[in-house]
Design a protein around this ligand. Sequence first.
Ligand code: NAP
Length: 554
Amino acid sequence: MTASGEGHTAGTRHSTDVDAVIIGAGFSGLYMLHKVRNQLGLTARVFEAGGGVGGTWYWNRYPGARSDSDSYLYCYSFDEDLWQDWEWSERYPEQHEIRAYLEHVAERFDLYSDIQFDTRVTAATFDEATNTWNVTTDAGDSITARYLITGVGALSASNTPKFVGIHSFRGETYHTGRWPHEGVDFTGKRVAVIGSGASAVQAVPLIAEEARDLTVFQRTANYIVPANNGPVDPEVRRARKQDYAGIWQRVRQSNFGFELDFLEKGALEVPDEELERELMARWKEGGFGIWLGSYSDIFFVDEANAKVREFLHDRIREKVEDPETAELLIPKGHPFGCKRNPLDSGYFEAFNLPHVHLVDVKSNSIAEITPAGVKLEDGASYEFDAIVYATGFDAMTGPLNKIDIRGRGGQLLRDKWTEGPRTYLGLTSAGFPNLFTITGPQSPSVLSNMPVSIEQHVEFIAKIVGDMRDRGAETIEPTREAEDAWVAHNQELAEATLFPTADTWYMGANIPGKPRVFLPNLDFVGPYRARCDEIAANGYEGFTLTGSNQGAMA
Ligand code: NAP
């Protein structure tokens, strides 16, 4: 490998093989490579575990996989021509279309030459003598870099519960997050789906179309609202294309990376007829409006939340014909909106089909997986030809903790995070110089339309790297004080809401033994962006720099 430009031109610095190692070739890694290499003129190498670009969309190929964000916003905005040229076929982009889009991006910006596929980064160690990262992979690479930038995704470490007997099952086994590329034909088969989160909600209606018999094992019923997918009115598409600047200005300043705003009044401040009207309009429109674009007090006051819950319970009763099944599908014990709200394209209706069954595994949990199928605590047994685990992910910290990332003094990042993640802005961590974690824990990421946050994270990281290069700074890392304050700030924000009252992956509650800590940041997209900009404008407040000509970068 050749030595990098930056390593040499800095003179006093130790040279490195490349300026930056980037982990992952999804939305994050691709844009980061473009910024670092094409715009800053640095050298970079991307390592990607998959055999192609796409990240989440490379692995999640289960039937029905598509983004729950409107397609005109589930994409990059950094290049207007790219945004104008690309045409999405429906309101929400399907998995294969997103992958095609990211392949197009990789070609358009000439990114492939610096991406090494089928290569998983196993370890990265910071060398304090040379201020460089030494990165090793399962393909035998050992490479040094000044910057280590992770774009590993927040929902990429798939979680399969450690059921007793799980390996004894004689039939086919799948996980939604690791779906076979050639697809799966369930025709004529007896299929189990374990889980009822966003992945199951998308997969169940399509598996039901093929399977002879389908049983969904549900632990927690979810609040699910209609997607209302379909082709977008050509007039709307045209109007959007003419409003590129306006749309992205609004989205970048928004709460969640969408063109959605809370209503002025709270659910408790309006008459019931008005509430019903507003909620019904959003229900009919489909998408996240009822969640992220309705009443803000539903996130803070249970009584307000209960009003929306009642509305949603009635909708489930309307959709599901069998009253007992409807009651089982009605969520209980957690507020609306504090568990990720899946979008529905025929999930509830699937339970009206005679060959689709719902089994409650909250009151009667799964005791074991047997060679023939699934056995519950009360002894009830079910036989299947295939089991689909729609059991989610070790979210946010999982993908980072899988890599042996060692900072100063050889400390492992996952050891530092034993009690929960400790970061500054979700993007950096004290004792780990020049490490940047795009969509890391304690960043807004998963509580927003991901590409919008990803662009902001990448642009902020690129600004730091560019400023460091221009001023001859060698390392940057947050101070302990800044990090402690950020961790405390995140917990305070969360504790003011109802989010911590629900057992969710936001709280780490889906993984046995994981610390119960709210993982994303609740500042919202616009204010978080403003905070990052202010920190940069104030000479990187909360960070320590070494090797800078001026000691700090004002
Ligand atoms: P998930 O929301 O975490 O759902 C996992 C499901 O498996 C839950 O119903 C969970 O029950 C169940 N489960 C886990 N362990 C179990 C056990 N031991 N016994 C019985 N049931 C068990 O995972 P996901 O559906 O893959 O979605 C994860 C996230 O990915 C989403 O929240 C979303 O952010 C993202 N996603 C997005 C899209 C999209 O944009 N369209 C699609 C799919 C996923 P409990 O609820 O009781 O834990």
